[in-house]
Design a protein around this ligand. Structure first.
Ligand code: HEC
Length: 120
C-alpha cells in the first residue's frame, strides 16, 4: 500500500518534473547562433541585391522570386552569374525575370553560406 508520505514524495517529484519540463522547453529555443564573418557578408549582399524580389526570409517565397534557402553553390553560380541552371535542375519558376549579377562573382560563397543558415 502507498503510504501518505510516499504520496507526498510523488507530488514533489511530479512538481519537479513539471518545472524541469518548462525549463527545458525554454532551453530548446535559444537565440539564433551568431553569424560567421562569411555568413554576415552573405547577408549584406543578399539584403542589398536580392530582396527586391526574394523574401527577406529566404525560406519563404517572395513576391517575384521563389524561396532560395539552402541553394547549392552550383545553383547560385549558374543562376546569379549566368541566368542558367545546373544540368538537369528543375527551376522553381520560369518567368525569366531574374537578371544576372556578374559583379557578385566573388560573393557567391558568402551568399551560399548565408542561405545555408535557413531551413529549406
Ligand atoms: C528582379 C527580381 C530578382 C532579383 C533582384 C533576384 N532574383 Fe533570384 N529569382 C527571381 C525569379 C523571378 C526567379 C525564378 C526564375 C525566373 O523566373 O527567372 C529567381 C530564381 C532564383 C534562384 C533559383 C531558384 C530555384 O531553385 O529555382 C536562385 C538561387 C536565386 N534566384 C537567387 C538570387 C540571388 C542570390 C539574388 C541576389 C544576388 C537574386 N536571386 C536576385 C527574381 C529575382
Amino acid at each position: 500500500m502507498i503510504s501518505k508520505n510516499s504520496k507526498k514524495n510523488f507530488a514533489i517529484v511530479g512538481a519537479a518534473c513539471l518545472l524541469s519540463l518548462i525549463f527545458s522547453c525554454q532551453k530548446n529555443s535559444p537565440p539564433a547562433a551568431p553569424l560567421s564573418a562569411l555568413e554576415s557578408r552573405g547577408k549584406g549582399v543578399f539584403m542589398s541585391n536580392c530582396i527586391a524580389c526574394h523574401n527577406p526570409n529566404p525560406s519563404l517565397d517572395g513576391s517575384i522570386g521563389p524561396a532560395i534557402a539552402g541553394s547549392s553553390l552550383e545553383l547560385l553560380q549558374t543562376r546569379v552569374l549566368t541566368r542558367g541552371y545546373p544540368p538537369g535542375y528543375k527551376p522553381k519558376r520560369t518567368s525569366g525575370v531574374m537578371p544576372d549579377f556578374p559583379q557578385l562573382k566573388d560573393d557567391i560563397p558568402a551568399i551560399q553560406a548565408y542561405l545555408a543558415t535557413f531551413k529549406k
